[in-house]
Design a protein around this ligand. Structure first.
Ligand code: SAH
Length: 243
């Protein structure tokens, strides 16, 4: 019976969680995740063993999940958004591979931040887009900058995750300066904080002015392509229909 679910809870509010993730959580004996995510599903897990690993590192958390599953339990590892987008799914698969165990694993998709943010802005990611995380904890900053250049050169819409933290203030400025080499200063930029959660804020500005807005770790920044425009306070990236 043992099984591991890796679940994306979506951006926050319950109504943006999938039925599949609800069912998986209900079917679980043990639920593991950051305290903030545990709180989001508190009402669903009252009868379960809950391991909220606030301080633990990601790999430790996956090892806890693996050990619980080896005890013949159904275990859910929960992350926000989609667990396969800068989330826990890849780490869990790698930990399982390293262990060599044959425990069944299922990744349950969730609405990722760029989808949640895009819907609040209008339709900015109607065409090819690149998601880029500005966190250089695990990725070399030189490589991140190269990817920003390539996304700019390719006229991609760009969704920036992890745009700014207390210890990482300048990266967003550098990212904007790189994109200004390829994109017009009037290119629309959408800034969504707490997308599809309580306290959501939605701002539409331009590449020139975006740094005047509040940007932090609860924010996703979506920068348009050369065709993106704003009408009636909605950001639209046209697909090419002649309307
Ligand atoms: N697995 C998550 C992403 C984790 S990385 C997902 O698929 O959404 C964390 C970054 O995601 C944050 O710094 C922020 O840029 C973005 N993010 C996550 N939830 C968000 C939300 N509700 N509103 C705005 N941005 C969000």
């Amino acid at each position: 019976m043992k099984k591991i679910f890796v679940i994306g809870l979506g951006p926050g509010k319950h109504e943006y969680m999938s039925m599949a993730s609800m069912e998986a959580i209900k079917a679980s004996d043990v639920v593991v995740g950051y305290k903030t995510y545990i709180d989001l599903v508190e009402d669903l897990i009252k009868d379960k063993k809950v391991i909220s690993s606030g301080m633990k590192k990601e790999i430790d958390r996956c090892e806890i999940v693996l050990n619980e599953a080896k005890e013949d339990k159904i275990v859910s590892l929960i992350s926000s958004g989609d667990a396969g987008v800068y989330g826990m799914a890849g780490i869990m698969l790698e930990v399982l591979n390293k262990d060599g165990s044959d425990i069944e694993i299922e990744i349950v998709p969730g609405i990722t931040a760029s989808n949640g943010a895009a819907s609040s802005l209008g339709a900015p990611i109607m065409h090819d887009y690149a998601t880029i995380s500005l966190s250089d904890l695990l990725t070399d900053w030189e490589l991140i900058k190269k990817r920003i250049h390539c996304a700019g050169e390719g006229d991609f819409v760009v969704a920036l995750y992890n745009p700014k933290s207390k210890g990482r203030q300048k990266h967003i400025e550098i990212a904007r300066d790189i994109l200004l080499k390829y994109k017009d200063g009037n290119t629309p930029v959408g800034i969504v904080r707490n997308a599809k959660r309580d306290g959501e804020t939605v701002r539409i500005t331009t590449l020139n002015d975006m740094l005047n807005e509040k940007i932090d770790m609860l924010t996703t920044v979506i920068i348009g392509n050369s065709k993106t425009y704003v009408k009636n306070n909605k950001m639209i990236t046209p697909r090419g229909y002649n309307l």
